[in-house]
Design a protein around this ligand. Structure first.
Ligand code: GAF
Length: 390
């Protein structure tokens, strides 16, 4: 088979979709009940995979190094030379190319493959279609070619793909949730030790409703990296007096207070937010274990206000949705979710009020922003599922 040009795009060959898949992968998006911007500060998070996924059908082909990929979602067909991986202008491709690059770096090799990808995850909604792409593809390659990677290997290499190849300095939460989740549970993940516990998501007559602002402000990436840097710079100041401190995780409120004049006011309030948010995750764990959804909801509101005023990663559209929910007695909690600057709010709402509430908030939001929001009702679900078909 002649070598194909790198990242060649052409029309999908007529017969391509007829290949017989050897494996199928269902790779979920994720929600995060609480614990935002804490993962890269080695703190606590409480995410879960959801019942909305990206599906992969994969099979080996008869080439040594040709990946033939068709995205049904974008109706785009691409071919890559596996021995010569380069960045693409098409952002969705880079999550997959990054995975190949990281597998190559591990010294593991594989041959040509065909793959069809189908997504039910909205892009830019903050439910991590990126981690679903990375982890699903990595899980599929692992099974197809017997690469011998553990689930944790897949989580970490997918995160590295995003850090090194895509160029986003994300933490580990999204990939961990996408792979490791258990149906009807949240995960309390300690991002320092990477130990986790499952917490039953006993929501009774409540449901998790995501409301998508349908905006994705383009400062999200740069501001994300700035927040991370601000926290790391503050840790460097603290380290001068406390050399044992390697992240905000080892910093107590009392210790932080000692640095009030030494850390500038803006990074200081970022750090305070992170310490408070870590406390809120632990308090939410307790509330859920006590079946106290009202207490968990209050912590969600407090998380949002911290993200809005101290961490400053919200936006007017997200704030509008949270404000709108706050006086509704059938909504326990609401907050922005994910990196911020757009995407979704997550709402803990009485199931039979969802329809009327969404109609009301949709009309108000559309009037305010001349743009319609959309809703997604989600259920905590199992992490990546790889099924062998033959
Ligand atoms: C994004 C990142 F990918 C996560 O690692 C996390 O930091 C999150 O933003 C904020 O909590 O989803």
């Amino acid at each position: 088979m002649p070598l194909q040009p790198q990242n060649m795009k052409k029309n999908c060959p007529e017969d391509f979709k007829n290949f017989t898949a050897e494996i199928k992968v269902a790779s979920p998006g994720r929600i995060n009940l609480i614990g935002e911007h804490t993962d890269y500060n080695n703190g606590f998070v409480m995410p879960s995979a959801i019942d909305k996924k990206i599906y992969f059908e994969m099979a080996k082909n008869d080439t040594d190094n040709l990946a033939r990929i068709y995205s049904e979602t974008f109706d785009t067909y691409v071919e890559w030379d596996l021995a010569n991986i380069k960045k693409s202008e098409n952002s969705w491709e880079n999550y997959l190319l990054g995975v190949i690059d990281e597998i190559n770096k591990l010294g593991k090799t594989f041959s040509g493959l065909n793959c069809i990808i189908n997504s039910e995850l909205p892009i830019g909604a903050g439910i991590s279609s990126s981690a679903a792409l990375e982890c699903g593809f990595a899980g599929g390659l692992n099974e197809l070619f017997g690469l011998g990677l553990s689930k944790m290997d897949i989580v970490k290499l997918s995160q590295r793909a995003e850090n090194n190849f895509v160029g986003s300095n994300c933490g580990i939460m999204d990939q961990f949730a996408s792979v490791m989740s258990k149906k009807d549970h949240f995960i309390k993940l300690d991002c320092d030790s990477l130990t986790s516990t499952f917490i039953p998501a006993k929501l009774n007559n409540y449901k998790l409703l995501l409301i998508n602002t349908n905006v994705s402000h383009n400062l999200a990436d740069s501001e994300y990296n700035t927040r991370r840097q601000e926290c790391e710079d503050a840790v460097a100041v603290i380290q001068k007096e406390y050399p044992e401190v390697s992240s905000l995780r080892q910093v107590s409120f009392e210790m932080l207070q000692e640095f009030k004049g030494k850390i500038a006011p803006v990074p200081f309030k970022r750090c305070r937010y992170v310490l408070e948010e870590n406390k809120r995750v632990t308090a939410t764990e307790k509330a859920l274990k006590n079946d106290d959804l009202a207490a968990a909801g209050k912590l969600m509101y407090a998380s949002h206000r911290g993200l809005q005023h101290d961490y400053e990663v919200s936006c007017k559209e997200l704030d509008f949705l949270v404000d709108f929910s706050e006086d509704k007695e059938y909504i326990h909690g609401s907050r922005m979710m994910g990196g911020g600057f757009g995407g979704c709010t997550i709402n803990l709402i009485e199931a039979d009020k969802i329809e009327a509430y969404f109609a009301e908030v949709k009309s108000a939001y559309t009037k305010a922003f001349d743009r319609e929001p959309s809703q997604i009702i989600v259920v905590p679900d199992e992490g990546t599922i790889v099924t062998k078909l033959q």
